[in-house]
Design a protein around this ligand. Sequence first.
Ligand SMILES: [Zn+2]
Length: 364
Amino acid sequence: MKVALDIGPDLVDKFGFDVRTADPVEFDEHAEAAAKKLAKARSQHRSRLDALHRAIGDSKKPGGHWGKSDEQTLQAAHEWVMLADGGAASEATGARIRQPLRDTEKSQDDVDHARQQVDGLEEAFRIRGGWNRAFLVSNANGHVHSSTSCSTCRPSTRFAWMTQYSGADEGTIVQDAGHRACTTCYPSAPIGDSRSLPTKMFTPEELASQKERAEKESWAKLTPAEKRARKREEKLALAATKNGRPLRFEEDLGEAGVLRLVISTEKDAEREWSRGIGDSINLQRTAGDVTPESVALRQDQQARADARARMRPTIAKALAEKHGTTALEEKRRLDDLTRDEMERDFPKLAACFEADGEDGYVSR
Ligand SMILES: [Zn+2]
């Protein structure tokens, strides 16, 4: 046994759930998420490594392989940065390589962490004695296997976890897999085809295209009037207001011109919210670097940002009416969305994030 699985509450911290007591389905949903995370970390690491190869001047040979190995590339990058730090190579060289090297080291850490999670969960699975699992190969007519290490699969094979079958007895899995059951993994599986042994197991892609097909078919059966009604319903569901009509704003800001705004959908409302708050924060953040030339422009920007702030309570009220919530709840929800988006895309803005006061949102 490589990893000692100490019984303690820190296991919950490590994996985000209790690996000792979770039922097979819940356990495997986490294991599947961990496997996906690892695959994503690996592919990101691969593209970071490729960028590093380019940064040190490596090029791809016919056949698509890099001239140097990844190890040689990392070593060369470290050496260049060391030389640049010591003044023995140009600072331009150091600057070109330093960031890709840092990025690659970070993505390596991500891969290592994700790998630890996957291995830890696999170890916990083993220590608990394991249970039946079903994996469906994610290509057309893929088979269902009991593990991802079936001898009939290749290392590059992609699997969809059939987590709803985790812990099920083999008979159920074989029955529901139908013609897709791998006879190496499930020796009891009968031989047949999609007609004689129909399957109940489908990949997420197959399910999505089945759903699309079903929707198309049901749409085709509708009368023109029903189609119009359906379209109206769909439009109403997306609209920013309960009656589906757009919110229109118009305010004369004097020197700064007329601010006109049309918000038709909830998406528009969210976008307007984050843009408006982003502008306000940015103006505040850059208040220190005003130059004589920028004064007039900033005044206009400020007038527009202030006008947008005055429109926000109306937006929140419209959404509240539609959702049956309160304007304050909508305000807080949109503020949270905005903050999350900034943290993802503009961390510098997120650090200065400040929501409007709540006074205008409390209706009496
Ligand atoms: Zn198999």
